[in-house]
Design a protein around this ligand. Structure first.
Ligand SMILES: Cc1cc2nc3c(=O)[nH]c(=O)nc-3n(C[C@H](O)[C@H](O)[C@H](O)COP(=O)(O)OP(=O)(O)OC[C@H]3O[C@@H](n4cnc5c(N)ncnc54)[C@H](O)[C@@H]3O)c2cc1C
Length: 466
């Protein structure tokens, strides 16, 4: 095996291959500060170098785990001491912007925030946005088909990718760098690498779709006293905005009250509403849109859907609203050792579902259990941060079983946007049928017969039911 490392150092240069202390000096990722274990961290600077490294690993039957920004939340970049971690950190260039075609071509290690800022500087917007924007990479967002804050308007990462280039398990460079919105010439191969968490290939470059820059953004934080007002409010804002509703983020009362405990926020509404929604419109008329927004919220108050509302009067206030919604770090400090969940189910069932989950968890860990609930509810997506009062992994597993078990009556998904990784692997059968899992296995076998790409992620050991 020393032979492979030596070969990679000679192919890519010594600085591109980290070993020993240099590996241990790195953390596993955002959700795990433990020291990284791996045979080596390989950091190619180009597709050609990356393909060569994969070819060498394939010949040596060497497992590879691909790493973007390490912000994934399902242990997808975890490594064993015998793995090679393939980091895209040196492949972070924004290669070009095509203003006429509204596209941006990037290397997969480009950081999401850099992509957003470049799009903005060129007079466009890049539609994917999420709390980890400062570290998450385009490749990671593609591999996890990331969702985030604007899915209700623009869709998930899948909708932002027109073309991509990937290196297959045998080192073949598969270039599908399409730049058109329409292209039905045979199979759309890029889809194989979107949301498959690096198990079918390593994404090396992408053609991203840019959107028009909006001239106005109107944001409000509204308080609701009953859940059955949530779906009609969502429909109302969808139609009164003329289809430009870009965020509908719901925070349960437990979340809002925990925000108060962080001491990080000047909360604009009182703490007694059952639900809080951060709602946002984007529009093309900076003069008229704020008045239309205010009128729509006023109508919702008249119809008794909204009990109270605060409208952001400045960009600073808007950022303060988003900081509340995104303050996962602050909440982690308040709650202690948490398990994070990411599920989806039909919106109308959200209250019944969360109520049933909390009832069971409170009964199981009386006095110790605590949880907060929030999510991109406009996209049917709910997140929980839960603590059983213990760091014991057995209690975390038990809590997971409850959360996923309660999804079954609604046909919900154990992963709305974070993927499967290793964390959700034993529960895949809750949301996918045996036939679906068998088809996934056939794809994996076809694209990675030696099982060297992210082995043990997404599929290995997946059961048909829990
Ligand atoms: C504070 C916070 C907020 C978040 N909010 C959201 C949210 O709103 N919506 C959401 O969807 N996610 C969210 N996430 C999760 C995370 O940010 C996304 O999953 C993100 O897309 C991961 O990107 P990354 O570059 O960090 O990937 P990594 O964590 O490095 O990797 C994630 C997975 O992708 C694979 N991978 C990485 N790069 C490549 C590549 N080039 N080719 C093939 N496979 C690759 C890895 O092997 C791993 O399986 C959040 C995370 C944090 C920490």
């Amino acid at each position: 095996m020393a032979e492979l490392i030596g070969q990679l150092q000679s192919d890519l240069g010594e600085a591109a291959v980290l070993t020993g202390e240099d590996v241990a000096a790195r953390a596993v990722g955002w959700s795990n500060p433990a020291s990284r274990v791996a045979r080596a961290i390989v950091r190619p600077a180009s597709t050609a170098e990356l393909a060569l490294a994969v070819r060498r690993c394939a010949a040596a039957k060497q497992p590879i785990v691909t790493y973007g920004g390490g912000t994934g939340l399902v242990n997808g970049t975890d490594t064993e001491a015998s793995d090679i971690l393939l980091s895209l950190e040196r492949m972070n260039r924004i290669e070009s912007v095509d203003a006429d075609g509204s596209t941006m071509t990037v290397q997969a290690g480009a950081v999401l925030q850099a992509v957003q800022e470049r799009a903005e500087a060129e007079g466009f917007a890049f539609a994917l946005d999420l709390g980890a924007r400062g570290s998450a990479t385009v490749g990671g967002a593609i591999a996890t088909n990331a969702g985030g804050n604007s899915v209700i308007r623009y869709g998930m990462m899948r909708e932002q990718v027109l073309g991509l280039e990937a290196v297959l398990a045998d080192g073949t460079v598969l270039s599908s760098m399409n730049r058109m919105l329409k292209n039905n010439a045979g199979y759309d191969l890029k889809q194989l690498f979107i949301g498959t968490e690096g198990t079918l290939g390593v994404v090396t470059r992408a053609v991203l779709r840019l959107r028009p820059q909006m001239r106005s953004v109107c944001s409000g934080l509204v308080g609701l006293d009953r859940f059955d007002a949530v779906p009609p409010l969502l429909r109302h804002l969808g139609s009164t905005s003329g289809g430009t509703l870009s965020a509908f983020e719901v925070m349960w009362q437990d979340f809002y009250r925990a925000l108060a405990e962080t001491g990080n926020h000047d909360l604009p509404l009182g703490p007694d509403h059952a639900y809080y929604a951060l709602v946002e419109w984007q529009g093309g008329d900076a003069d008229q849109d704020p008045a239309r927004f205010e009128q729509a919220l006023g109508e919702a108050i008249e119809r008794d859907w909204i009990a109270d509302a605060a409208i952001a009067a400045s960009e600073r206030q808007r950022q303060a609203f988003w900081h509340m919604r995104d303050d996962i770090d602050g909440l982690r400090e308040v709650l202690g050792d948490i398990v994070m969940f990411d599920v989806s189910l039909p919106i109308a069932a959200a209250e019944r579902y969360t109520g049933a989950v909390f009832e069971r968890l409170e009964a199981r860990w009386p006095g110790a259990f605590r949880g907060v609930t929030f999510g991109h509810l406009g996209d049917s997506n709910i997140h929980f941060m839960l603590t059983t009062g213990s760091t014991d992994s057995a209690s975390h597993t038990e809590a997971m079983r409850v959360v996923y078990d309660e999804l079954k009556p609604y046909g919900g998904s154990i992963s709305a946007e974070h993927g499967i990784g290793t964390e959700k692997l034993p529960y895949l059968g809750v949301s996918r049928s045996p036939d679906e899992i068998a088809a996934m296995r056939r794809l994996k076998q076809a694209f990675d017969p030696g099982n060297i790409l992210n082995p043990g992620k997404v599929l290995d050991g997946a059961t048909a039911a829990t």
